[in-house]
Design a protein around this ligand. Structure first.
Ligand SMILES: Cc1cc2nc3c(=O)[nH]c(=O)nc-3n(C[C@H](O)[C@H](O)[C@H](O)COP(=O)(O)OP(=O)(O)OC[C@H]3O[C@@H](n4cnc5c(N)ncnc54)[C@H](O)[C@@H]3O)c2cc1C
Length: 304
């Protein structure tokens, strides 16, 4: 109960924070403004630390056709900017690309982007949003995966349905980001405790490998990462058959360098903003998800 109150208090405080303050405190989480900032961050991470990147435009919940088309155009320009960088991929969200209008419209926009990236073997990952979008996101993924190899998906270990979704994923091998899932979901459809979500994530890495897929293990939990490394080593899984992923800004430099030295791939999620209002929304979510950051913000705000 106490923990719940703390979580809710944190959310309220973060929600009330003015945009400029959020930007100041949470700046490490985003590359900056404009495509060039995402490209520069991907280059820097690769040159200095041997890290790969998946670059993402912060543009959640786009509603008008004009805004959706503007988002598609940004992704097409991103492809041009990133096409010669084998250490970069791109991530995108259905709610940025027209799912609020219709499945057919969104699928068409996704297809345009995946098709433009395909000749460059530039990988595109379709992020997973809350449970209301799971079915439609999987349907669009499967339809486009039939045509293109450079397209991957995300599954969330907290959802009870995920083992069935893995079984039904695709006959062709897929790159699948497996994460606990950032959205709070009700007890009828999802686990409620993080340790359980992490145990399931570990099992689902195995299940993905069993089905011939390429797991992208997205977590910052060090014991879970070590558990996965031990399992992958024991099973003698080739190092090009999986990767680890983390968010830009979460302080895990030592662990990341250890993974790089082992010859395993680690990729950071590198968001950039075209419009700061979307960036502030994303940063507030990150702040609310991270006790250490939220505590730091509270201390700075209230001097306690
Ligand atoms: C590359 C990537 C892509 C993702 N894509 C999706 C997606 O498409 N859909 C989706 O629902 N979710 C996505 N997520 C989010 C994911 O589902 C989790 O919510 C998030 O990774 C936190 O879970 P965790 O496994 O790291 O465990 P946690 O227990 O939440 O975190 C472990 C520790 O890591 C640190 N930490 C974690 N997050 C942060 C943070 N934001 N700031 C500072 N420290 C932090 C804290 O020290 C924490 O104690 C993605 C995550 C990553 C890394």
């Amino acid at each position: 109960m106490d923990g719940r109150i703390t979580v809710d208090l944190k959310r309220v405080i973060v929600d009330l924070m003015p945009g400029p303050l959020v930007r100041t405190f949470a700046a490490p989480y985003i590359a900056g403004k404009g495509i060039a900032s995402g490209v520069a961050k991907a280059d820097e991470l690769h040159a200095r630390q041997g890290l790969s990147s998946t670059v993402d435009l912060l543009a959640e919940e786009v509603f008008s056709r004009e805004d959706v088309e503007a988002t598609v155009q940004v992704y097409l320009r991103m492809i041009e900017a990133l096409k010669d960088r084998p250490y970069a991929s791109i991530s995108l969200k259905p709610t940025s690309l027209g799912i609020n209008e219709s499945e057919a419209y969104c699928q068409d926009n996704l297809r345009r982007i995946v098709a433009a990236a395909a000749p460059h073997r530039l990988h595109i990952t379709l992020d997973m949003e809350d449970r209301h979008f799971t079915d439609v996101t999987l349907r669009m993924f499967k339809a486009i995966r039939n045509e293109f190899d450079n397209f991957g998906i995300v599954l969330q270990s907290r959802l009870f349905r995920t083992p069935d979704d893995i079984k039904a994923l695709h006959a062709k091998p897929c790159k699948v980001r497996i994460c606990i899932g950032i959205y709070r979901e009700p007890a009828e459809v999802a686990l409620q405790e993080k340790p359980d979500m992490k145990d399931r994530l570990f099992e689902q890495v195995q299940q993905l490998l069993d089905h011939g897929h390429y797991p992208e293990i997205a977590t910052h939990d060090e014991p879970l990462i070590r558990r996965c490394i031990e399992y992958l080593d024991n099973r003698e899984v080739p190092k090009d058959a999986y990767e680890f992923q983390m968010l830009l800004g979460v302080p895990r430099t030592e662990l990341q360098q250890e993974i790089v030295k082992r010859g395993q791939t680690i990729r950071l999620y590198v968001p950039f903003a075209e419009d700061w209002k979307y960036a502030v929304h994303y940063l507030k979510r990150r702040l609310a998800a991270s006790p250490s950051m939220a505590l730091m913000v509270m201390k700075n705000m209230f001097g306690s």
